[in-house]
Design a protein around this ligand. Structure first.
Ligand SMILES: Nc1ncnc2c1ncn2[C@@H]1O[C@H](COP(=O)(O)OP(=O)(O)OP(=O)(O)O)[C@@H](O)[C@H]1O
Ligand SMILES: [Mg+2]
Length: 264
């Protein structure tokens, strides 16, 4: 069995007449927590769609657990920026829905028992019967995480899952996702705009350029968890460098957008 959960080699992609990737390469190791950081519009969400077989590339190849994405989608689960819960089902019902869409081998009772276990794991053991409207933003996102775990994926793809939450909730959710990852040993690919978030979470951070997108830098972070950015000189140094680079990238992207708009 390969050490890689995901391998992307020489990806080329055009969308709407624009070159998104020319030759993008990156790998995700089995069990790794990888954060993808990059300016808006560089193709972070798109990379998750390519991995999840929702979009085909024009060139290059993607392997998920050694197979083409179309043969591996059942090993994947998504968590998006908004939790996408069904309003007429309670927390347990929403997690069960994830399983119903994937599994026909489990009875309803088994699915509910599993849903309760997972909601307990994400800290919602006391809110099992609450409907989405009665849950806070952070609690709803926890239901979405429990739903992702419920399909027993090997890999979880997370697209800015905490960016809509307030700062304190976001910090708590970061600690929790690390704890869940340590307990469940999944591979996590986590897209974010937030330098600090990437540094707190990742085994490795990929910094992407603006379009056509390539990997500008890979940073391996060995610092033990839970991490405190302010207390670690090494993390602080990464933070300062990344903030500076990231600001430059965002400015370049803004400038090229303005140039394109004025040229059009
Ligand atoms: N279906 C589509 N048709 C045309 N262009 C698309 C389509 N989907 C995405 N794009 C373009 O591809 C580029 C990458 O989009 P993507 O959503 O992956 O960016 P992102 O890095 O996730 O950005 P953000 O940080 O703002 O979420 C953008 O320029 C976007 O406009
Ligand atoms: Mg995106």
């Amino acid at each position: 069995m390969s050490d890689y959960a995901i391998r992307c080699r020489g990806l080329g992609l055009e969308l709407g007449g624009q070159t998104i990737y020319e030759s993008l390469d990156f790998d995700v190791r089995d069990g790794e927590f990888l954060c993808i950081l990059g300016p808006s519009g560089c193709g972070k969400s798109t990379s998750l769609r390519v991995i999840g077989d929702l979009l085909e590339v024009d060139a290059g190849g993607v392997e998920v657990l050694g197979r083409p994405p179309r043969d591996a989608w059942h090993h994947l689960a998504y968590v998006f920026q908004s939790p996408r819960l069904v309003p007429w089902r309670d927390a347990v019902g929403n997690v069960v829905l994830g399983m119903q869409l994937r599994f026909d081998r489990m009875t309803k009772r088994e699915m509910e028992a599993r849903a309760r276990e997972l909601l307990d794991l994400v800290g919602l053991g006391a809110d099992l019967r609450k409907y989405p409207r009665a849950l806070s933003g952070g609690e709803r996102q926890r239901v979405a995480i429990a739903r992702a775990l419920s399909v027993e994926p090997r890999i979880i793809l997370m697209d800015e899952p905490f960016s809509a939450l307030d700062l304190n909730t976001r910090r708590r959710m970061r600690d929790e996702i690390v704890a869940i990852w340590q307990r469940t040993k999944k591979t996590i690919v986590f897209v974010t705009h937030d330098v600090d978030e990437a540094l707190v979470l990742a085994d490795r951070v990929l910094l992407l350029s603006g379009k056509p997108t390539r990997v500008l830098q890979t940073i391996r972070i060995a610092e033990p968890r839970p991490r405190d950015l302010d207390a670690s000189p090494e993390l602080r140094a990464h933070r300062d460098r990344l903030h500076a680079r990231f600001r430059m990238l965002e400015t370049e992207v803004e400038e090229s957008t303005v140039n394109q708009a004025t040229a059009a």
